[in-house]
Design a protein around this ligand. Structure first.
Ligand code: SAM
Length: 260
């Protein structure tokens, strides 16, 4: 089992985007270009690259959130919500009091989400906001839960995003983050690495016509802190009762925490 993670939360002096050295300030624009390029094929690519597993991972995250099925007002902020997979599941799982705000930095991804929500007639329990996880456009203590799935590794300053999550949650609010993580099963880690490096960019190129966004995807997964390091980062942002669950041998992990 390899530990690919940095041991501290401090970003490296020289940022890279693929093989290319960049300034930290350029990173978000490059990430936005990636999602501009893939927005209209994003959902298909998720199914192809994960062989449909991403649907089970997302179901597991929403099961763990367990939004109330009652009329009790329960407002969830889904950050980096993309085309709405998590927001829609929460809106469907919760009762009449559940409302989900889908927030994403990329208007093209939100546009795809709106289109899908209209088709599924989900609109009353959903709203949309364009915003950066590092500077959330919401008041302090305004949400009962904050979710982020496969989003936080795209953020330039992860610590800032965590501090913002804490800020917008009400005391007693729940934080849930799902992200690619470190495979914990010897043998599976090597297979997974080979699949990621060879198959994902090739599939991306075949389906979207672009390999580069998918090379970025693989690299961003490799850079992301492992389960325990990320737990510490969440606690450092002020959260309590930080735990995680591994899915698919640790290829994906869901971290849970509370603002108390
Ligand atoms: C891999 S997609 C995940 C979408 C969705 N949560 C899902 O699980 O299918 C990552 C999303 O993060 C968004 N994103 C990237 N940087 C962001 C930032 N700084 N703030 C908010 N969203 C961001 C992208 O626009 C993209 O929609």
């Amino acid at each position: 089992m390899s530990d690919k993670s940095p041991t501290t939360a401090t970003p490296p002096a020289q940022e890279h985007f693929g093989a290319r050295p960049i300034d930290a300030g350029q990173r978000q624009d490059l990430v936005n270009d990636v999602f501009d390029t893939v927005a209209n094929r994003y959902d298909l690519m998720n199914d192809v690259m994960s062989a449909g597993l991403h649907r089970l991972w997302k179901d597991a995250m929403v099961d763990w959130l367990a939004p109330p099925r009652s009329n009790r007002p329960y407002h969830v902020l889904d950050v980096a919500g993309g085309t709405g997979d998590i927001a829609f599941r929460i809106a469907q799982a919760g009762g009449d009091g559940t409302h989900v705000t889908l927030c994403d930095i990329n208007p093209h991804m939100i546009g795809e989400g709106r289109r899908r929500a209209q088709a599924a007639a989900l609109r009353p329990s959903l709203s949309y906001a364009t915003g950066n996880a590092e500077i959330l456009p919401f008041p302090d203590r305004s949400f009962d839960a904050y979710t982020i799935a496969f989003g936080i590794r795209n953020v330039t300053h992860i610590e800032t995003a965590l501090t913002q999550a804490y800020r917008v949650l009400k005391p007693g609010g729940r934080f849930l983050c799902m992200e690619f993580s470190t495979v914990q099963i010897p043998g599976l880690d090597t297979l997974y690495e080979a699949y990621s490096n060879a198959a994902i960019p090739a599939l991306g190129k075949a389906i979207t016509g672009h390999g580069a966004p998918y090379r970025y995807l693989v690299e961003s997964i490799e850079r992301f802190p492992n389960q325990k390091t990320f737990m510490r980062m969440i606690a450092e942002a002020g959260f309590s009762r930080v735990t995680f669950r591994n899915l698919s041998g640790g290829a994906v992990a869901i971290h849970s925490a509370w603002r108390l």
